[in-house]
Design a protein around this ligand. Structure first.
Ligand code: GLA
Length: 382
């Protein structure tokens, strides 16, 4: 836990609201494998991390609600009885969306104050947005005694994202952040919304994240567009979701769909299969196989599903050239953010230096490298 972040948020809260806040930490996530499979009712393999959002909350007695984004030094005031979305792309919609969706679930809340900040770099593909939504729904559940279960809370966070933020996301990010277990990754079945924890100890290997520090615009509309393609193909196949289809099934309709959409659906079917194979490889301690699956995932995201970008592809190429990186791929929705790399510990220092220089030479900008620890879920900070 980032204690400096906690005390910074608490100090700002007290200075602004002259009240003692309930403090919540909500983690971001990584995803070992299983990208764009969650909204196809498929499998994913995320883990909560030690970076995330810290929020302080209390009831308001002024008749209005105030949300204070400490990092951005921005404040909004609103009444829970009169909510209107902000323009697309505004952070305010995460807050207002959660409030609206709590109300849509027939729970009553009063006005409140929140101050929040985080240590996940924005646009890194580590789900700072799900962490913010979860911190708020979790905090409001506590201060207004709403009696919501964690399962209900993540559905509220997800609906906030669908209806206020405008991204038709799956459930992976909210789930990982709400149900994370220290030192574990979760093999999540996104149909049943049940997961199996896997203790992660890669011994002489570790996970390294490399942030491209880019987030290309249009990523939200491309995301929604991919989801529509998947839904239309599962409609043609007459299955509930692509999770229910095999490559054989897909081939029976190959002539009725465009080659591009065929490749997208094929990617989803294959990626889903890779997640299960990866979980078996982890169980068997077979990191070489895990690494190959991770590289194959990237190739699918790049060439079939087409959600990667030049910067991500370059970082994955550098990983391949290095020889000590067993697997690397883009992580999250795509079009920017981080790659996740499974690397031999003794090779990390030299790879960091080489990849940083190569990236700078190629794009004339810096990439950032991070290690994360797998952490516990959203909860109250003692
Ligand atoms: C974003 C979404 C998730 C998931 C990933 C891609 O992070 O929020 O639901 O679809 O992209 O795997």
């Amino acid at each position: 836990m980032n204690t400096a972040l906690v005390s910074n948020i608490k100090t700002h809260f007290i200075a602004k609201f002259q009240d003692n806040p309930l403090m919540i930490f909500s983690p971001g996530r990584i995803n070992i494998i299983g990208e764009h499979t969650d909204y196809n009712d498929g499998f994913v393999f995320p883990a909560a991390v030690d970076k995330g959002i810290v929020a302080g909350l209390s009831k308001s007695n002024s008749g209005i609600s105030t949300a204070y984004a400490v990092d951005k030094e921005e404040i909004i005031e609103f009444s829970v009885n009169n909510l209107k979305p902000y323009p697309q792309g505004s952070w305010q919609n995460y807050i207002l969306g959660v409030v609206a969706e709590i109300q849509n679930s027939n729970k009553i809340i009063d006005n409140f104050n929140i101050a929040f900040g985080g240590d996940i770099p924005g646009g890194a593909g580590m789900s700072s947005s799900a962490a913010l939504e979860n911190s708020l729904v979790f905090g409001l559940n506590e201060i207004f005694n709403l009696g919501l279960s964690k399962e209900e809370m993540i559905l509220i966070s997800q609906k906030a994202e669908h209806n206020y933020v405008g991204v038709k996301c799956g459930i992976m990010d909210q789930y990982a952040s709400m149900f994370g277990i220290k030192n574990n990754a979760l093999l999540l079945d996104c149909r049943t919304i049940k997961s199996k924890p896997f203790e992660i100890n890669f011994k002489d290997h570790e996970l390294l994240l490399i942030n491209t520090n880019v987030k290309h615009s249009l990523s939200d509309s491309a995301y929604n567009d991919r989801r529509l393609v998947c839904e239309s193909i599962s409609g043609i196949l007459k299955v509930k979701a692509l999770r229910d289809a095999t490559e054989f099934d897909l081939d029976t309709i190959k002539e009725n769909i465009t080659p591009e959409n065929y490749q997208k659906a094929l990617y989803v079917i294959q990626e889903n299969d890779r997640v299960i194979k990866a979980s078996k490889a982890i169980e068997a301690g077979d990191l070489a196989t895990l690494g190959n699956l991770i590289y194959a995932s990237h190739a699918g995201l790049q060439h079939q599903y087409k959600v990667s970008c030049e910067e991500l592809d370059f970082l994955v190429e550098q990983a391949k050239l290095n020889g000590h990186v067993l697997g690397a791929r883009m992580m999250g929705g795509g079009f920017g953010g981080c790659t996740i790399n499974l690397i031999e510990k003794t090779a990390t220092a030299s790879f960091k230096k080489a990849v940083s220089e190569a990236y700078k030479n190629k794009f004339n900008k810096d990439c950032s490298l991070y290690f994360v620890e797998l952490s516990d879920s959203t909860g109250i900070i003692a």
